[in-house]
Design a protein around this ligand. Structure first.
Ligand code: PGA
Length: 260
């Protein structure tokens, strides 16, 4: 059996508490018989839902993650949430550096690095998101930008923490309502470059770090993306926010990956 396939969704600032809980319960019911030895499913809802979310599901079936995190355990950081607080709730995954954090809220690679180090130190599965803008793609510097995001974002990450590190490649121009899905050829080429950067940083172990693809993933393109050997999972936004549709998408994608 190959590596586990990863499927997840970031709910952004959409679902409130009640809606999140019913979504999670429906998704769990629809997917509970699928073997978690072969796949991992994770959902990243809003902060305010987390306390109930971790209790509403079997977290072995659906891992619950936070959308962001402060790098400090405590202090004068008004409006931030610390790793210790997330741990207290039973959250096991933290997403760092989502495109909207970088481009709407101005987070830098240096900040993402501080967060990645803190998240790994605290034992979270750490999902670092990277991606180039349309402008950077236009200049033909996508691979350079991604290499920088990885080298800065993962600076001083210890090899002993690599089994908790996941990467999501989400080109900024492909995300959200105005997004244009990337072509499979482009995703293949970029995932190759990402794996090379990870090997440059961590040697052969780097190649084992899962790299998910995200950005306008939908039922029409999910299968052709996931069958790519260097695409280890799918990180889905809009097409995952109805549990029944997400369940159909991920089942089809899992089958397609198994067929190869
Ligand atoms: P999308 O979002 O699938 O709706 O484009 C992707 C993301 O922001 O992770």
């Amino acid at each position: 059996m190959g590596k586990k396939i990863l499927f997840g969704s970031n709910l952004k600032m959409y679902k409130g508490v009640e809606e999140t809980i019913s979504y999670l319960q429906e998704l769990q019911d629809l997917t509970k018989e699928m073997s978690r030895a072969e796949m991992e499913l994770f959902i990243i809802p809003s902060y305010v839902t987390l306390e109930r979310a971790v209790k509403a599901v079997d977290t072995k079936l659906i891992k619950i993650g936070a959308q962001n995190m402060c790098w400090e355990d405590a202090g004068q950081f008004t409006g931030e949430i610390s790793p210790v607080m997330l741990k207290e709730l039973g959250v096991s995954l933290v997403m760092i550096g989502h495109s909207e954090r970088r481009h709407v809220f101005g987070e830098t690679d240096v900040q993402e690095n501080q967060k990645v180090l803190a998240a790994l130190q605290h034992g979270f599965t750490t999902l670092l998101c990277i991606g180039e803008t349309a402008e950077e793609k236009g200049y033909g510097i996508s691979k350079e930008i991604l290499r920088i995001q990885l080298k800065k974002g993962l600076h001083q990450v210890s090899r002993k923490h690599l089994d908790h590190l996941w990467i999501a490649y989400e080109p900024v121009w492909s995300i959200g309502v105005a997004g244009v899905p990337a072509t499979v050829d482009y995703v293949r080429e970029i995932h190759q470059a990402i794996k090379e950067s990870l090997e440059e940083l961590f040697g052969a172990d780097g190649a084992n770090i899962p790299v998910l693809y995200g950005g306008s993933v939908n039922a029409d393109n999910a299968n052709e993306m996931i069958v790519e050997p260097l695409v280890d999972g799918l990180f889905v936004g809009r097409s995952a926010w109805q549990a029944d549709k997400f369940s159909v998408l991920l089942r089809a994608a899992k089958k397609a990956k198994e067929r190869g």
